[in-house]
Write a protein of this length. Structure first.
Length: 294
């Protein structure tokens, strides 16, 4: 499954502010890399989308949680048609996102953090950086080192060349080529037809420079050494479908090995789904959300 996600990144992508003034920290400047829309009342839950994906991907989850929780939906600048802002400037995106997200969650009362893909990696990094600030973490179809989708023996050094090549290929595309590649990308990331349409639309609307930069940074970020620092109870949902080219046992083993450094992690496979579990298997995902917040 995730090997296909990595290949899809070669084509295009791997994936109005209500800034949490009720419950968010006022001790630091507003985030510059993302905005947040807040709704509902109750214990805080932060939802972080993946690469080239807007906060809209969490619409079903917001509807489910808002009656009982204060839901903070993150929108990364440059994804899904939102202005790229500072994320299009020179400099790394991922470390800045992690830093600003760590500051944001520190202003909440031990929130639950749910992240998909890139959002899952950010959730892990924040939980390691602020181990006492987060109540629990739900990672949705993300590895602590995405290059493992290429090889179980992947290293940061080895992934750097591939990441640079992928970034250069994406930046060499014309806008028309980039938009045209979105449906092909979506076909590898979402199984349901309606889900594919949404993913393709979001990918095509995302800023190509931001996507390329973030994608290459994901590929060379290995969070495994920092997993032992995480204190929050962590659940990992990962997708499997028989059409994706790898046997179930191989997917299970990849996730088990990748998260071996995180004590007490709960690994839960969602079958008959591609990368966008919340869109391909909404009922199963909803049940997992219920179990997670309870």
């Amino acid at each position: 499954m995730l090997r296909r996600i990595a290949r899809s990144a070669v084509l295009a992508v791997l994936a109005v502010v209500a800034l949490g003034t009720a419950g968010a920290s006022q001790s630091f400047d507003r985030p510059t890399r993302f905005s947040v829309v807040v709704s509902g009342q109750g214990p805080p839950v932060v939802l972080i989308p993946g690469l080239a994906t807007p906060g809209d991907v969490w619409d079903g989850t917001v509807k489910q949680l808002a009656p009982t929780h204060r839901v903070h939906v993150v929108q990364v600048a440059g994804f899904g048609g939102v202005d790229a802002g500072i994320n299009k400037a020179e400099g790394d995106i991922l470390p800045a996102l992690v830093q600003e997200m760590a500051q944001y969650v520190a202003g909440l009362e031990r929130p639950a953090v749910i992240g998909h893909s890139l959002g899952g990696l950010i959730a892990l990094e924040v939980a390691a950086q602020k181990p006492d600030a987060i109540g629990q973490v739900l990672v949705v179809d993300a590895l602590p080192f995405f290059a493992l989708t290429m090889s179980p023996d992947a290293t940061v050094e080895g992934a750097t060349q591939m990441a640079t090549m992928m970034r250069n290929q994406l930046m060499a595309q014309t806008d028309a080529q980039y938009s045209a590649s979105a449906p092909m990308t979506a076909a590898r990331l979402a199984k349901a037809a309606t889900a594919r349409a949404s993913v393709a639309k979001w990918a095509a609307a995302s800023d190509r420079t931001v996507v390329a930069k973030a994608m290459s940074e994901i590929m060379v970020t290995d969070a495994r050494p920092r997993l032992p620092q995480i204190k929050a109870k962590t659940t990992v949902l990962y997708a499997f479908d028989s059409t994706m080219g790898l046997p179930q046992a191989a997917i299970d083993a990849m996730y088990s090995r990748a998260y071996s450094g995180l004590a007490g992690v709960d690994l839960r496979r969602i079958d008959d789904s591609y990368h966008f579990i919340m869109l391909d298997q909404p009922e199963a995902f909803s049940r997992e959300i219920d179990a997670f917040v309870k």
